[in-house]
Design a protein around this ligand. Structure first.
Ligand SMILES: [Zn+2]
Length: 254
């Protein structure tokens, strides 16, 4: 198995969106990651990044949200260009796992018409609620004729323990992560937005954009327990400092 970390551009925002006690004026540029896992039984993509159109016209795709989250990237930042850089095409992916259906994680879903999508049941129900449209969710991102399969984590993708979808609610009701057990590099947890920055994990600081604080606290505790058990590397969803240190495509973990 191989794990490639892909950078689908960056978003510039106030740091206090993620770390509530950060100084109001502090601005960060966070990565928008996606991950390609090459598995003998079929490749799996974790998240699809933002729609590549945001790098030309953010307002058209994200409306008012584009003010709080300014996308930074170019034609190389879209998920297809990222995959092309490691010689992969959408058809190569048997499955896509969405951590959740927000604009920076599911914006490239439409480019994978042949893949099976594994999204949590709670997330799908939440994204479908009309009142949530525009609040991180845009039908233009996720509402396409795709092979969505609603799952309930824990979900052992190939039944061999190598790819385990885990439930990490709090940021959104149906948020999920992926535990990847690699032979040489050990276990890694792709945690989406459950703990976007290291401070959220280490100091249990709940981001302002988490919907349920009680669930978010339980998720952080669950992650601590799992990491201890698996001796796993926790990959944060939007941590600029950690992302610098992550082995990024074309390099890979195996
Ligand atoms: Zn995000």
């Amino acid at each position: 198995m191989r794990l490639y970390a892909l950078t689908c551009g960056y978003i510039r925002s106030r740091k206090n969106v993620f770390v509530p006690d950060a100084p109001r004026e502090e601005i960060i540029e966070s990565p928008m990651p996606a991950f390609a896992v090459l598995h003998p039984r079929g490749h799996v993509l974790f998240d699809t990044g933002p729609h590549p159109g945001v790098f030309q016209d953010a307002l058209a795709r994200w409306g008012g949200l584009a003010k709080a989250f300014e996308p930074l990237g170019d034609e190389r930042s879209g998920i297809l260009a990222q995959l092309e850089s490691i010689d992969l095409k959408p058809e190569d992916f048997r499955y896509v796992v969405n951590s959740h259906l927000h604009f920076d994680h599911a914006g490239g879903n439409q480019f994978f018409p042949k893949s099976g999508f594994l999204v949590s049941k709670r997330e799908m129900e939440w994204a479908q609620k009309p009142e949530n449209e525009g609040k991180g969710y845009f039908k233009a991102d996720w509402d396409h004729p795709l092979a969505y399969r609603e799952i309930e984590a824990p979900f052992d993708l190939y039944g061999d323990g190598s790819l385990l979808i885990i439930s990490l609610p709090g940021h959104t009701p149906g948020h999920q992560g992926l535990l990847v057990r690699l032979k040489n590099d050990g276990a890694m947890i792709l945690s989406g937005d459950s703990v976007p920055c290291e401070e959220n994990y280490l100091a249990s600081k709940i981001p302002r954009n988490h919907l349920d604080e009680v669930e978010a606290r339980k998720t952080i505790q669950d992650l601590h327990d799992l990491i201890k058990k698996e001796k796993a590397l926790l990959i944060h969803g939007h941590d600029p400092a950690q992302w610098e240190k992550i082995r990024k495509a074309p390099a890979y973990y195996e």
